[in-house]
Write a protein that binds this ligand. Structure first.
Ligand code: ADP
Ligand code: MG
Ligand code: ZN
Length: 488
């Protein structure tokens, strides 16, 4: 950030809820189905059709509210937000207001020292999270010269989480978005897929002179469909604002769109052109009442939250804070790690499981650009492999270079692979001593130099013995026996 300026950012996050059916009708909530196959009179907006609120969506909103320590409102209400667009068949969107089901709350982040001049946790406020319905989707590509509308998404439940303008840098906005993504996916209320649009974000950005307390004029940036682009768009917008401020220009509040190819924002509409939504209370829905019993019930069924899990991973499996953070990169990854660690047993197993997950497994996932599910690795197999190394049946190199790839090719369990390929480590002292003598005889000159004190050659002999044993000799025994033979 340029000295003398401060950025202020607030994110609005739209979370598509993983309910079985839509917000106000029984249509399936499913991505990717044939266009317009999940529609009915309610979500098509046919006259006389009446909405009925989805309780599963309400429970999900309560779960999020509890996770961010918000107030769950005993009574909240719905508005009609009216605008005209082809993907909005009713001509209005039902959204919560003026009271939302979830009000207040916060997320704690480690602040960005570059923006705040200090290191330490910062609390990012959340203004509210309200229930609403999604619109359909226009498709301009399915046929030349015509546009189509798919209404499968019309009426899909959304939770809009409105963050306070408490973020101070693109990095903090990125961290906040990641933390919220982690929270909703660990809660199991959203699949978190940004590409498919089930987790979307608009960024509000303003800049003010350092020391000012009033907020600057904000711009709302839309069309952000990856974490990286959120950060890039905010960076771009901050620089643009600073240039305008330095040029003494005043500018107006507006909505801009992010052009990912050009890496810049472009005007979409100004405040004057802002739509008048003619909000009024939705007459077809009663107020939503949430009882203390419902809240208590949701609270007891909350899964372990990411922060609690991070602390537990450190205590139970002896991993570092950094490793714990990496292991929690997704719900599935964390579960898989935990299954492997528990199957190996004890803290040693936890540490080994972490090494494998963050080492070999992550490397393969990156190389193949796959998710863990698609890899087809079995947690029990990985645990068995770690066990074979611990029991010194095979050494770590054989485990990584030979058995692990064979597991990925689904050639059976680790034990079978080791037997079939004759990979078991040579731990027989006599056998290793024979290998050592063979290597000595093959390299008399080097042996003489080593004995004369050229210690660099020790590594050469270890290497030769390992090679003679086709990489299967137990390296500790090789060292020990080589040492003894040299001392003779
Ligand atoms: P609207 O209804 O127009 O979207 P809100 O008051 O709901 O306006 O605010 C939307 C978002 O804008 C919130 O996330 C809030 O944190 C953010 N915001 C408000 N003012 C500013 C500002 N001056 N700079 C940056 N973000 C802001
Ligand atoms: Mg808004
Ligand atoms: Zn429907």
């Amino acid at each position: 950030m340029k000295p003398g300026f401060e950025a202020v950012i607030g994110l609005e996050i739209h979370v598509q809820l993983l309910t079985r059916s839509k917000m106000f009708c029984g249509c399936r909530n499913e991505y990717g189905a044939a266009p317009n196959s999940h529609t009915c009179p309610v979500c098509l907006g046919l006259p006389g059709a009446l909405p009925v609120l989805n309780d599963q969506a309400v429970r999900m909103a309560i779960a999020l509210g509890l996770a961010i320590e918000a107030t769950i409102q005993p009574v909240s209400t719905f508005y009609r937000k009216q605008y005209f667009y082809p993907d909005l068949p009713k001509g209005y969107q039902i959204t919560q207001g003026p009271v939302a089901a979830v009000e207040g709350g916060y997320l704690d982040l480690s602040g960005d020292p570059a923006a705040r001049g200090l290191v330490g946790p910062v609390r990012i406020g959340i203004e509210r999270a309200h229930l609403e319905e999604d619109a359909g989707k226009s498709n301009h590509e399915f046929s030349k010269g015509a546009s189509g509308v798919d209404l499968n998404r019309a009426g899909v439940p959304l939770l809009e989480i409105v963050g306070a303008p408490d973020l101070r840098s693109p990095q903090e906005a990125y961290d906040y978005l990641r933390a919220m993504h982690q929270l909703v996916t660990f809660l199991g209320i959203c699949d978190g897929n940004m590409e498919e649009g089930s987790f979307r974000c608009d960024a509000n950005v303003s800049v003010r002179r350092a020391g000012d307390t009033a907020l600057g004029t904000r711009v709302e940036v839309k069309n952000l469909n990856s974490f990286r682009h959120v950060k890039l768009a905010i960076e771009h917008e901050i620089s643009r604002h600073i240039a305008l401020l330095e040029g003494g220009e005043t500018f107006l509040q507006e909505t801009r769109g992010w052009d990912a190819d050009k890496a810049e924002t472009k005007p979409m509409r100004s405040k004057e052109a802002a739509m008048d939504y003619r909000l009024f209370p939705e007459p077809d829905l009663p107020a939503l009442t949430i009882t203390q019993e419902e809240i208590a019930k949701t609270r007891t069924s909350l899964p372990e939250l990411p922060e609690a899990r991070r602390v537990r991973f450190m205590a139970e499996f002896g991993v570092t804070e950094y490793e714990a953070g990496m292991l929690l990169q997704s719900h599935g990854f964390a579960d898989f790690f935990e299954a492997v660690a528990k199957a190996v047993g004890d803290a040693w197993g936890g540490k080994q499981a972490a090494n494998w997950m963050l080492g070999e497994v992550s490397r393969v996932l990156n190389d193949r650009r796959l998710g863990l599910d698609a890899l087809g690795l079995n947690a029990k197999h990985l645990a068995d492999l770690i066990g074979l190394v611990e029991a010194r049946v095979i050494n770590l190199n054989t485990a990584k270079d030979t058995v692990f790839p064979a597991l990925l090719r689904r050639e059976g369990d680790p034990k079978q692979i080791v037997e079939r390929q004759g990979l078991a480590q040579i731990s027989d002292r006599g056998a290793i001593a024979t290998l050592v003598q063979g290597v000595f005889e093959a390299h008399p000159e080097q042996l003489a130099r080593l004995k004369a004190g050229d210690v660099k050659l020790r590594g050469f002999f270890v290497g030769q013995v390992m090679k003679a044993g086709s990489g299967k000799a137990n390296p500790q025994l090789v060292n020990e026996i080589l040492e003894a033979a040299l001392a003779e």
